[in-house]
Design a protein around this ligand. Sequence first.
Ligand code: FEC
Length: 309
Amino acid sequence: MSNAKIGVLVMSYGTPESLDEVEEYYTHIRRGNPPTPEQLADLTNRYEAIVGGFFPLRKNTDNQVAALQQWLDEAAPGTYRCYQGLKHARPYIEDGVRQMSEDGVKEAVGIVLAPHYSFMSVGGYIKRAKETAEQLGVAMRFVEEYHLHPKLIEALSQRVERGLAAFGPEVDRVAVKVLFSAHSLPERIVQMKDPYPEQLLATAAATASAAGTSNWQFTWQSAGRTHEPWLGPDILETLQELAANGVKHVLAAPIGFVSDHLEVLYDLDIEAKAEAARLGLHLERIEMLNTDPLYMEVLGDCVLHAREK
Ligand code: FEC
């Protein structure tokens, strides 16, 4: 490849490629501690429940990276080359940086397929990329967050509007509670003054306002199965509280995620929907961003500006 190219390390969570890889993946998430047989069975069952043990995040990340490459090729022909770096699966973040270096890349931008910054999420991705880049002599800049990018808010608010319309003409839009959500994190991030909760609330408020609804609230989802306390309330508790308060229609808007994957297809579409049905609630979910051209524009624009900083 030409040495003139600027590398773009596109970082994402990562997923197993087959059911045989679930144990290795889970062990990586648990920082080298293998799961117990029960924990492994529980996670494997969740993957099997989402369209029969298929791993949608793998394909979705490939598609997002290809679409971003195309966007950058149109915006700045011949300038950028995208690489993947995954948090918990191959190619790992370090592999992506190494590949850039082997290809002769001297300058690169790192961006995460997650809009909100937390020391425990995006901060961790950046730390790993930075350490390897420094060892290999690749100069890297990073996009830390893009939770209020106008095109992100536009893409999300379009989805909320379509989601509200999906309840049909017989349901008054004003009566639908829009429930924004994101992956919970351990409560200790609050003492660390982590910007994650505040950024999520800002995205939720901006999206609701652009979609023209004031009937919304924020809740957490997918808390880890560890002994320490995690941020709550969890979506299952929130659904119970809403039902107790007479709410009948809920639109789930998982704004902390950007593609279809386990935490959406299982935690919301299977687990939260079952709880909603038990409570007599009508629960719908907004579509995920995946390769929405507006989302590609957010990523592309952030990459271009990271370079200009
Ligand atoms: O579809 C897939 O295969 C992967 C879906 C997936 C995404 C995702 C995103 C985030 N996570 C975040 C934080 C944590 C913390 C722990 C943790 C644990 C898991 C487990 C699975 C899992 N996460 Fe995840 N996460 C996804 C999947 N996550 C599976 C392990 C079993 C379980 O608890 O369900 C706890 C780690 C520990 O034990 O210490 C913390 C955050 C995000 C959103 C930002 C991002 O994408 O990076 C934050 C997608």
